[in-house]
Write a protein that binds this ligand. Sequence first.
Ligand code: S3P
Length: 169
Amino acid sequence: AIAARIDRPIVLVGLMGVGKSTVGRKLAALLKTDFVDADEAIETAAAMPISDIFESFGEDYFRDGERRVIARLIEERHGVIATGGGAFVHPETRALVLASAIAVWIDCAIDTLVERTSRRDTRPLLKNGDPAEILTRLHGERAPYYGEAPIRVKGGDGPQLETALQIIE
Ligand code: S3P
């Protein structure tokens, strides 16, 4: 019923660690559609980890590749797409997502983000400084852009089923 009424991909945006991939998988299962992670698709397309792309080619190059991969994933009509935390900040990527998908901003407490991102240290933006400070600054800088998403939900610190249900609601 509800899945049949969704005619565009759902694109999850928000800071690193809010749980876009976890929520995305649950949401796709609930909607009986497929899930794809843009970070993973970028790594597959580039045949190297994101940290290496940043290191070898710089952030601008990464953002351009990220835009192309997200455009392709939307074109391929995947049901739920999780994006990297900076994707929706890029003007062209944001315009593309707003025009051809349903953007959902998952927001959550900074403490939860610090806890989660500390479990995996592959994120280039958190390498050079105190993660809590960096995440607080990025939250301030990016909230106005994330706020352009028509749907906003609060991410939890548990298994995220509630967050997926909130999006459906
Ligand atoms: C980034 C977030 C990462 C990844 C890259 C840059 C960002 O994705 O795309 O490290 O600018 O916030 P996650 O949000 O999946 O960690």
